[in-house]
Design a protein around this ligand. Structure first.
Ligand code: PMP
Length: 360
């Protein structure tokens, strides 16, 4: 009999079965319109209502305070890497970044194409196995914002707490958005691509505090101006309509399953099962500092690196798909987003136990 399959991809990632079923059911005709969601004009009252509901649900789940705008943009988180300095910095300001791993590095390199950047703390000298502690951050005066990456998807690191800073805190939350409650009021701006925890690619959510909106500098296309998109309710151009629809279903799924507290509790259960097994294993090892380990992307190595390929192939044959580590890190990565049931992690742990017995 074919084993049940689990998808451990880092993104685009697993979508809950209930959400897939609803998309399938509704695809030919959305509501009683007689037309697919793929065919709905974004300027029509029905689609405007959908966008308003997505925003309301997001505000409710994250308890977003007044004074913050929610934007639905395209270009992914990678576009924001460049758009942050262009939108947020005032003349004469530079940007401060915490280099916590692969994705922070990408954000820094892109920001440098547009502005002066200072790296105020880096985990590079520890090979990105730990998040630099707050007391090592050297935040200087004159920084327009300080950028962090709440979860390093490829390095398996996650910030457990967020600092209070004198400058606006800006966070790439792409890989752990909506997996736990967060103190939104501590941030100037939060952004996340949708294809991990809130549906499909093509949509990037940006939550920005009102006082950070400013007249776009010359050279910045209007559709990439946070201020202009705010003014036009993210409809300055055609928004990613299908992605917004799927995000709406995902938000409802999260709410029906207990909200962000429940998501965080489930993430703890899943990741603990896996980390505890790895820590007791002689074949598998996790190099990340315990308090900085990600509850979402569990990254680990095999003591015998020659076994990695065999492991990944055997796992795939056993229905455990897409476990390869990030290309820059190698090894194994199990991405455990909201949609991953604990049964998937149990299956992975029993597969690893059998593999270790055979090869250990
Ligand atoms: N930041 C983080 C933390 C990510 O994990 C990713 C995607 N893996 C990105 C940014 C880039 O997202 P996108 O490809 O949607 O631009």
């Amino acid at each position: 009999e074919r084993p049940e399959r689990y998808n451990f991809a880092a993104g685009p990632a697993m979508v809950p079965a209930e959400v897939l079923a609803q998309i399938r059911e509704e695809l030919p005709s959305w509501g009683d319109t007689g037309f697919s969601i793929l065919e709905q004009p974004f300027t029509g009252p029905l689609f405007k209502r959908l966008m308003a509901e997505v925003e309301d649900d997001l505000r409710g789940l994250l308890r977003i305070p007044n004074g913050y705008h929610v934007l639905f943009l395209q270009g992914g988180a990678s576009a924001q890497f460049g758009l942050l300095p262009l939108n947020l910095l005032q003349p004469g300001q530079h940007a401060a970044y915490v280099e916590s791993g692969h994705w922070a590095g990408k954000a820094i390199r892109e920001a440098r194409r547009h502005a002066e950047v200072s790296v105020i703390a880096s985990g590079a000298d520890q090979a990105f196995t730990a998040i630099p502690a707050f007391d090592q951050w050297r935040l200087d005066a004159g920084a327009g914002y300080c950028h962090i990456t709440s979860n390093e998807t490829g390095n398996g690191l996650q910030m457990q707490e967020f600092p209070r800073l004198a400058v606006p805190l800006v966070a790439d939350m792409t890989s752990d958005f909506l997996t736990r409650p967060i103190p939104v009021e501590r941030f100037g701006l939060i952004y996340a691509s949708a294809q991990k925890n809130l549906g499909v690619s093509g949509l990037c959510v940006v939550i920005v505090r009102d006082d950070l909106l400013r007249v776009p500098p010359p050279g910045l296309p209007s559709v990439f101006s946070y201020a202009m998109q705010t003014e036009h309710l993210s409809r300055l151009n055609t928004p990613p309509t299908f992605a917004l629809y799927v995000t709406g279903l995902m938000l409802r799924w999260i709410r029906h399953n207990g909200g962000l507290e429940a998501m965080a509790a489930a993430a703890r259960v899943r990741s603990r099962l896996l980390y505890e097994y790895i820590d007791g294993s002689r074949l598998f090892k996790c190099l990340q500092r315990r308090q900085d380990r990600s509850a979402i992307n569990v990254c680990f190595q095999l003591a015998d690196t020659a076994l990695v390929e065999t492991f990944l192939q055997d796992a795939a044959q056993n229905g455990l798909a897409n476990l390869a580590g990030h290309p820059a890190a190698g090894g194994v990565r199990a991405s455990l987003y909201n949609a991953m049931p604990v049964a998937g992690v149990r299956r992975l742990v029993s597969f690893m136990t059998a593999f270790e017995r055979q090869h250990g």
